[in-house]
Design a protein. Structure first.
Length: 254
């Protein structure tokens, strides 16, 4: 996605799509070498295929697998007060639903025309149930044994992006953005800065100071910490802040 606008990167882009195809199982899910089960990053595959305009059986199979895959329900207990009956998406099969994989799956399905699917509606309820007392989101537990857990800037940005087109969630999203604006001042990293820029750009919040901070972290070789993931996210954030497309923007969300 980060290379989508570069004509000279066309060959690398096509090779990457072929590699992704080679890692898909017969159900449409990504599998990685050494893994014995499908991988949560199938959501990222669907987002990339949507943004690169790749259609057909490849994308359809991945979407159908995402719609079928879900986190396990958890019975209510006095120690954990969240609604464990609400199902989103897990990191791994047979486990609980968490905020990050759920947010990515929601974005993937909304970008693929499934924004009104019952799975997406339930996932929105799940995210609203997981908001921390400070207005942000963490990995998925807000209170355990009576102790209130803190939100994390990066997770909050992803949850807000997943809920960007929900009118009912707008007050909660605004609280999340306020938390993110506070948190990003104290907890800056390439990851949090890139995700915050992408989130703020979608939701019409200023990004200039964050862009400056993100650029200051770029290394002399052009990368961010020599990591492909961070470098791609940083490039996507700078593209969006500079007037280019935002890969996480949903149609009609502003």
């Amino acid at each position: 996605m980060a290379l989508a606008g570069l004509r000279e990167a066309a060959a690398a882009r096509e090779a990457a799509i072929r590699w992704l195809e080679s890692r898909m199982n017969s159900d449409g899910a990504l599998t990685l070498v050494g893994d014995n089960q499908p991988h949560w990053s199938t959501s990222l595959l669907v987002i990339a295929l949507a943004r690169l305009g790749v259609r057909g059986n490849l994308r359809e199979k991945a979407v159908n697998w995402l719609l079928a895959w879900k986190g396990e329900k958890v019975a209510p207990t006095k120690e954990i007060t969240l609604d464990g009956a609400l199902q989103g998406w897990p990191w791994a099969s047979g486990t609980f639903s968490w905020v990050e994989p759920t947010s990515y799956a929601m974005l993937a399905l909304k970008l693929s025309g499934h924004g009104r699917h019952p799975r997406v509606a339930e996932a929105e309820k799940m995210l609203l149930d997981r908001v921390c007392q400070d207005g942000g989101w963490n990995y998925g537990n807000r209170v355990i044994y009576g102790a209130a857990f803190q939100g994390f800037p990066s997770t909050t940005a992803l949850a807000a992006l997943a809920l960007q087109d929900s009118t009912a969630a707008r007050p909660t999203v605004e609280r999340g953005l306020a938390f993110l604006e506070r948190g990003i001042q104290a907890h800056q990293s390439a990851l949090t800065l890139a995700l915050a820029i992408l989130c703020f750009q979608v939701l019409s919040k200023p990004t200039a100071t964050l862009v400056t901070a993100l650029k200051s972290r770029q290394q002399s070789d052009g990368s961010w910490r020599q990591q492909v993931h961070l470098t791609a996210l940083a490039e996507l954030a700078l593209q969006a802040a500079g007037g280019g497309a935002n890969v996480f923007a949903l149609p009609g969300s502003k």
